[in-house]
Ligand binder design. Sequence first.
Ligand code: IPM
Ligand code: MG
Length: 369
Amino acid sequence: MTARNLFLLPGDGIGPEAMGEVRKIIAYMNEAMNAGFVTDEGLVGGCAYDAHGAAISEADMRKALAADAVLFGAVGGPKWDSVPYEVRPEAGLLRLRKDLQLFANLRPAICYPALAAASSLKPELVEGLDILIIRELTGGVYFGEPKEIIDLGNGQKRGIDTQVYDTYEIERIAGVAFEMARTRQNRVCSMEKRNVMKSGVLWNQVVTETHKAKYSDVQLEHMLADAGGMQLVRQPKQFDVIVTDNLFGDLLSDCAAMLTGSLGMLPSASLGAADARGRRKAMYEPVHGSAPDIAGQGVANPIACLMSFAMLLRYSFDLGAEAGRLERAIAAVLEQGYRTADIAQPGDAKVSTSGMGDAILEQLDRSLA
Ligand code: IPM
Ligand code: MG
């Protein structure tokens, strides 16, 4: 059997702790089902800056480009607040997305019944929630040029970011959204600000045309992104797939994550275009950040990272059955009452990061027996 090459980038803060629990699952799958995962590991973010003076080294970039899939932890922390902008921890993440051309970011927000009470919304609004946010990831204001602060010479400065989208970028992300919708409830809601932004006008047009040309079997709706944010907290279950740009997707996916009870629950997959053999470059990462306030204490929730690994199994290696088994093991452990601090209610017994990881691994093992 050919090796499955994984490149692990645990990063900063709680990244390494969460990644440690994924490593247990990888070792288990290699042993129990001869999965053939071969892992290599690199540095990204603040730890890479400390070691190399860059948010990711060229050698690690090459490894990321060569791997079958990259699994990313988290980057950043107060320690690096004052490093130059070009080498700040986040620059490593943005470079990976851009150089690997990972234009499609899939962020599912699923609310487990066992966690409905942990949401800031009423349980009945979020119980059974299953939405998929598809965020464009390599364009828009994150990467548009010019991007600078200029001196106006009169004691004033001007900060400039540029929101820019070309037809092909909107077409391909819309295509991903429609394809995904067909595997779910067949509904897409596209969000932009066509009432104030030219890029929003074009976004709306191209999504509409793409739909008409190739995906008219899918139900399409358009919403202004601000109204979309409001609807997400008003009645989140009305959505199936949401497709939106890089910046709106960043904001809306954090909101959606919180609906599920905790940012510690939300995984993501960032995918490139399929090559001739149907393979895509891909990186998987939890949506939560590095959480420096709880880093190193062994209390972080590893579920988002484990769910990201499940997405890796599904999208990079066609191991959908194994992914489903891992996801069900996670749901079962939550059902049994295991809670890390972030998802615990007052009075709940709390487990550590490794306590949660071990419980999930045991459950997974039981499901195979
Ligand atoms: C995310 C994060 C990143 C982003 C940061 C860390 C650069 O918030 O993945 O949502 O803004 O894209
Ligand atoms: Mg974000």
